[in-house]
Design a protein around this ligand. Structure first.
Ligand code: GRG
Length: 307
């Protein structure tokens, strides 16, 4: 256990779930060079290689692990949600590939390796992101169990979370400098850009195994809080983190003149806000009956992470 700010960090990240996610991702047809399925798309080997390159680079897999941990807390076998949890990681990877492009953040390093467009070119990187999004939809339609109501429910959640009222809309607001409108505008932008994809990781488990309404409200509040916490810490790490641990360039926000939690509030206040958010996330979990240790570990990791 360790003390960080005013909040206490207890739990260990559920590495067994992360391993299951990695194993599942490595088994996807485009993760396996020369897979038979690729014959349908003869001549696209370069595109498939770019998809594989970015997806299998070492990410924390925090979104799929959050989805599986929520399923576990709701009494499901986490494996029952794996295709949709993996779909979120594919969508996340697409967003990173596109965010790194010269037209957006223009980053050369991601997950400790050169970015997709640096290795494969901007044209291929755009298509690799697009194809990962399409593969994510296919995974839910073809591999997710629970029947059509669950599949459509999850697709609905994913499309809402990633569209204009979600990640893409948030990215647009960020590019247009909406964060400069003050603390509320900054929080609203992040709630869309980063928060919605974190939160939907919880929401898809609620589709698979709906709890009673009063518990569902707590899960939803927890999902929002973890998204906020993750973003505040991301802003802190962009100033105080190390490139070696983060696997990407640090200081990018300042270079691009972005308004962040640290530029708006100062480092000490940003750390205090993160500690408050972590405390609220833990309070919410304490109100839930399920086995929430892995969810607590994710909140702890989102708070205390160095990468
Ligand atoms: C291009 C449509 C589009 C959206 C981009 C995700 C995103 C929206 C931008 C990335 C910019 C950024 C650094 C946001 C902060 C939060 C974030 C998504 C960090 C990276 O996620 P991690 O830390 O990365 O989970 P790994 O590599 O571990 O998966």
């Amino acid at each position: 256990m360790s003390e960080t700010g005013t909040s206490t960090v207890h739990a260990r990240y559920p590495d067994h779930l992360r391993q299951q996610v990695d194993d599942y991702l490595e088994g996807l047809w485009f993760s396996v060079p020369d897979a038979r399925e690729a014959e349908e798309a003869r001549g696209t080997e370069g595109l498939v290689e770019a998809m594989r390159y970015s997806l299998l680079a070492k990410g924390k897999r925090i979104r799929p692990v959050l989805a599986l941990s929520t399923a576990e807390a709701l009494g499901c076998d986490p494996a029952d949600l794996m295709p949709s949890a993996a779909a979120i990681e594919l969508i996340h990877t697409y967003s990173l590939i596109h965010d790194d492009l010269p037209a957006m953040a223009d980053d050369d390093l991601r997950r400790g390796v050169p970015t997709c467009h640096v290795v494969y070119g901007e044209d291929v990187a755009i298509l690799a992101g697009d194809a990962l999004f399409a593969e994510a939809m296919r995974l839910v339609c073809e591999e997710q169990g629970g029947g059509p109501a669950v599949q459509v429910g999850i697709l609905r959640e994913l499309s809402r979370a990633t569209g204009v009222a979600g990640m893409v809309g948030g990215q647009y607001l960020d590019l247009k400098g909406a964060g400069a409108g003050g603390p509320d505008a900054l929080a609203a932008m992040h709630a869309l850009k980063t928060g919605r994809l974190m939160a939907v990781s919880v929401h898809i488990a609620l589709v698979l195994a709906p709890p009673p309404p009063e518990q569902e409200a707590i899960y939803r509040a927890f999902a929002r809080e973890v998204g906020l916490l993750f973003q505040i810490v991301d802003d802190i790490l962009d100033v105080a983190g190390s490139e070696a641990e983060m696997g990407k360039a640090v200081g990018a926000d300042e270079r691009m003149g972005k308004v962040t939690y640290t530029s708006l509030h100062g480092m000490d206040r940003a750390r205090a806000l993160a500690a408050e958010s972590h405390g609220r996330a833990m309070d919410l979990l304490h109100q839930l009956p399920g086995p929430v240790d892995d969810l607590a570990a994710i909140a702890d990791t989102a708070f205390a992470r160095q990468s």
